[in-house]
Design a protein around this ligand. Structure first.
Ligand SMILES: [Zn+2]
Length: 86
């Protein structure tokens, strides 16, 4: 941790845009070079990649959770039965 210097700060500041491929080539190469030699920044970059992927997956899930679906089905069945009995 003591090794973290201005280069790490700069890298972490650009990491978001680096992952979104929005950096200029010059800065991108600089970030890549730093990442290849700095485990700490690589860890943080990897974490962000996972986080991004997780958020994308979560946002893509529009399905109702299984537990809730079962409860709704049970509820509907109960209502139907009630109507049948008059
Ligand atoms: Zn670093």
């Amino acid at each position: 941790m003591a090794k973290c210097g201005p280069e790490c700060e700069e890298t972490l500041r650009e990491i978001e845009r680096f992952l979104d491929h929005e950096l200029d080539d010059v800065i991108r190469v600089k970030v890549e070079r730093h990442l290849s030699g700095c485990n700490e920044c690589t860890d943080k970059a990897t974490f962000r990649v996972h986080l991004k992927a997780l958020i994308q997956v979560k946002c893509a899930e529009h399905e109702v959770p299984e537990g809730l679906r079962d409860r709704l089905r049970t509820l509907l069945a109960t209502v139907d039965t009630g109507f049948d009995r008059g």
